[in-house]
Design a protein around this ligand. Sequence first.
Ligand code: PMM
Length: 285
Amino acid sequence: MFHPQGLPSHLSALDRTLVMGVLNVTPDSFSDGGLFHDTSIAIEHGRAMANHGADIVDIGGESTRPGSDRISLDEELARVLPVVEALVADDIVVSIDTMRAEVAKACVDCGAAIVNDISGGKADPAMLPYVASIEKPFVLMHWRGHSNVMAQLTEYDDVARDVAAEISEQVSQAVHAGIARDRIVIDPGIGFAKTTQQNWPIIQELEILDELELPVLWGVSRKKFLGELLANDSGELRDMAGREAATTALSTYFALAGAWAVRVHDVRASRDAIEVVERLGRHHA
Ligand code: PMM
């Protein structure tokens, strides 16, 4: 298990896959839409995830649901900042899930420990220079375009290899902008500019990403490709809550493969899965 530089030391000391709990402070996010929009409820939910074993709580204010439009900078800041402040005050390690440098900066200034940019620096030209100016880990996700157009951006020759090559290119740009390579975490962006079926080879051939020799974060929790896998005989997708067991099965698989972290809604289930993997001995699996 290797960690990015700049991680809080109590997390760097852990020799297991980390669990990042998802905290979407959005009225329309696809998986927990609206539930945690209210600031105080969001804060309580973040605390509950920490109590259930989340190593990191990932706070996002902008929905990335397929087809969704962007919100304003002010709206995004108003959603995330009070939640970041409250959880940081509780000594919870917070990552900020944003494509905007200004949001990243405001949250890091309030104590956020990690910047998670689903565009890997491609959406906001100020993001890479900003991240280069701080000493925090940077989660760089594979990204081809905003949520309102990504369904049209799914042409690949060999999806697992193409995604790895495009991530490698994004990493080069980040390094070129001055971000130390050893602070970067990569993420193949499951569900982003991929058809549901295209997600599977990326997961099946996950060793291709290892060639980049960077820590890997996986975000599969409750995503549509699982709903489709578990659809009923009439073709109706499995509902969100009914996708948890499949999510946990994948957390087990990623932990066995030595993933740096999994980004999940049900923190306890994935922590338990990782405990089992550790008890069995990851390296002998
Ligand atoms: N997925 C979503 C949002 N942010 N960040 C990273 N690094 N990786 C992901 O896969 C990812 C993300 C969308 O899912 P959600 O609505 O459940 O948060």
